[in-house]
Design a protein around this ligand. Structure first.
Ligand code: SF4
Length: 441
């Protein structure tokens, strides 16, 4: 690869994808590439895709359609498709999109420099799909967006096979990065000045599975907690079935582990949960929430909800609504069910009509907005600890950061505070964030 070339990475989907985009950018940077400010300037464009929802997948195809014109103007341009759509569509994508040069699965990001070289030298189209065990051993250079908060991938894949989910097919079986390598990566981040680390895995509560060093999430948290310089530790995403009381007690015991927990329930109806193959009942989930709140009274709880899953009757939907009200989440990621080809749920009878999904979606959106506002107003007048992440994207001269329980707080302050823990008095609670005033020390 030459110098002064430019890379653009377009990212869709979850934090795992954002993290792998940072790894891709890091690899290119190590080869002398700059980041392009606009796709039009790029020599290489990578689409890091998501196929968890149909809508996300459609976005990828429309973006590819737009990139076709750029390739026509500049035949030397290299276009690569990574992520879950790449793994799922593979050969079909290469056939359907003749201007795409590279298609590679999430596990094959490690091969990226080699793939680009092949395209450049042979002007051939390349594919790297399926698993690649080297994903965690490779000493990736990572180009991180933030200089305060860093993501660290500790697991890949999922063995749960929830009936609606494509992840086990696109990301493969659960496997864990060895604990010693995670600690090594976090230590390097601390030395580089990072203050907060979020450990990532599609199913992080299964951490340790297929790791050559074994271990579990509790042991991982304890080990990472010892890294000096890191002041906050988070982890994503937990499966309710595996969220043990031992884990709750560990979070309560370790001061750096933050009380912001994402515990996706998906539905408030046992009949729907059974068809989703989630492996727990509403009652079991509620007991976990109750225990969690006993250990962590200040916990900020978030969840995912799918509306319109096949066979979801009005009574099932009402139970989901009731569950949301009962738990009183801090935030809810709401999705309309969309059938993913190859998953069990895609062929279930009683698919819910789109207009019913939309009505249910609108009803819950309004409820979530109102609940968020009510929760956040409860913070008015309180003093909270905020890790300052950077300038606010919405308001000039404002800083943004998060509380331990994951509330976004915006307030006026100087840039020198970025990366610091500060105290802020909350003056206004909105539906999605808080506003406050800095308490000068
Ligand atoms: S636990 Fe279920 S929803 Fe989560 S990634 Fe695995 S299969 Fe998908």
């Amino acid at each position: 690869m030459g110098t002064q070339k430019k890379l653009a990475v377009l990212t869709y989907g979850c934090q795992m994808n954002k993290y792998s985009s940072e790894r891709m950018a890091g690899m290119f940077q190590a080869q002398g590439y700059d980041m392009a400010e606009r796709v039009q300037e790029a020599d290489v464009i990578l689409l890091n895709t998501c196929s968890v929802r149909e809508k996300a997948e459609q976005k990828v195809y429309s973006q590819l359609g737009r990139l076709k014109g750029l390739k026509r103007k500049n035949p030397a341009l290299i276009i690569g498709v990574a992520g879950c759509v790449a793994q799922q569509e593979g050969e079909r994508l290469i056939q359907r999109m003749p201007f795409v040069d590279m298609v590679f699965s999430p596990q094959n990001v490690v091969k990226l420099p080699q793939l680009v070289q092949e395209v450049e030298e042979k002007r051939t189209r390349v594919m790297a799909l399926g698993d690649n065990d080297a994903w965690y051993y490779h000493p990736y250079p990572v180009r991180r967006e933030s200089r305060v908060q860093a993501w660290v991938g500790v697991m890949e894949g999922c063995d749960k096979f929830c009936s609606f989910c494509i992840v086990p097919y696109t990301r493969g079986r659960e496997r864990s990065k060895p604990l010693s390598l995670v600690v090594q990566e976090v230590t390097q981040l601390a030395q580089a000045g990072y203050k907060e680390v979020t450990l990532l895995g599609q199913n992080i509560t299964s951490y340790g599975k297929r790791s050559p060093e074994g271990g579990n999430l509790v042991q991982l948290l304890r080990a990472v907690h010892q890294v000096e310089g890191i002041v906050r530790l988070r982890f994503l995403t937990s499966h309710p079935r595996e969220f043990s009381e031992e884990l709750m007690a560990t979070i309560a015991e370790l001061p750096k582990v933050c009380e912001g927990i994402h515990l996706p329930v998906q539905s408030g109806s046992n009949a729907v949960l059974r068809r989703m193959r989630r492996g727990y009942t509403v009652e079991e989930y509620l007991r976990k929430v109750e225990t969690l709140r006993r250990y962590l009274p200040e916990v900020g709880l978030s969840t995912d909800i799918i509306v319109g899953f096949p066979g979801e009757r009005a009574a099932d939907f009402a139970q989901t609504r009731a569950l949301l009200e009962e738990v009183g989440y801090d935030s809810v990621y709401l999705f309309r069910y969309s059938p993913r080809p190859g998953t069990r749920a895609a062929s279930l009878p009683d698919q819910v009509p789109e207009e019913v999904k939309s009505e249910r979606f609108a009803e819950l959106s309004a409820l979530i907005e109102q609940m968020g506002l009510q929760k956040n107003r409860g913070y008015e007048g309180r003093c909270v600890e905020v890790l300052v992440e950077g300038p606010s994207k919405k308001k000039a001269h404002q800083l943004t950061g998060r509380t331990r329980n994951n509330k976004i707080v915006n307030f006026s302050g100087e840039d020198r505070l970025i990366g610091e823990l500060v105290s802020v008095t909350i003056t206004r609670g909105g539906p999605h964030s808080l506003e406050g005033e800095l308490i000068e020390s």
